[in-house]
Design a binder for this molecule. Structure first.
Ligand SMILES: Nc1ncnc2c1ncn2[C@@H]1O[C@H](COP(=O)(O)OP(=O)(O)O)[C@@H](O)[C@H]1O
Ligand SMILES: [Mg+2]
Length: 179
């Protein structure tokens, strides 16, 4: 069975960087989910101009994109954990300390409101819980990458794949950091 790894997490947690490093190790193809959504124009614009992807269409286009290619795949994006359970074999959820994330998003030019929204989502484990609900806890790998280099985080994931370490969700808690 081939591996199809979904890399998800709050914006700014390091998905794109991690996905590239992981794909290199696995000899996998990387699918950038945001690019796919834009290319296929499967989104609508909400009142403040934010793109809202159609999840059913995203799932369909992803299935189409992977159907023809037999090799390993790494797909990254903040909706990657919502891709079909039938296709995704592993879900990695990257975590970053909300205080570090806040600085990173502000540096990226996010507004105060958008930064706060994302920092709160990170503090409250939103994506992690969505991932567990969608795929089951045994397929979800949680990695705190706050003080870890991308290559080291990739090594951890590969070690977890062969059962040498556990990345079972639940070890990360930001509550004391932010409240
Ligand atoms: N493990 C890490 N440690 C420190 N900085 C990181 C790490 N991973 C990513 N970064 C930096 O954080 C920023 C966001 O990374 P990126 O991969 O673009 O996040 P995402 O794709 O989740 O939005 C980039 O400036 C990147 O260089
Ligand atoms: Mg990215």
């Amino acid at each position: 069975m081939r591996v199809v790894v979904a890399v998800s997490g709050t914006p700014g947690t390091g998905k794109s960087v991690f996905a590239r490093a992981l794909a290199k190790k696995l000899g996998a193809r990387v699918i950038d989910l945001n690019a796919l959504i834009n290319r296929k124009k499967i989104y609508t614009l909400d009142v403040d101009g934010t793109k809202v992807a159609s999840i059913p269409k995203m799932r369909m286009e992803f299935a189409r994109a992977t159907r023809g290619s037999p090799g390993p795949v790494v797909v990254e994006g903040l909706l990657a954990h919502l891709l079909p359970k039938q296709i995704i074999t592993h879900v990695v959820v990257l975590r970053t300390n909300p205080k570090v994330l806040e600085r990173r998003l502000r540096d990226r030019g996010y507004s105060v409101a958008k930064t706060r929204e994302n920092v709160e989502a990170e503090a409250l484990d939103v994506i992690l819980w969505e991932a567990i609900q969608a795929h089951g806890i045994d397929r979800v790998y949680e990695i705190d990458v706050t003080r870890v280099k991308p290559d080291t985080a990739v090594k951890s994931f590969l070690d977890a794949l062969v059962g040498e370490i556990s990345l079972r969700p639940g070890k990360v808690s930001w509550l004391e950091e932010v409240f």
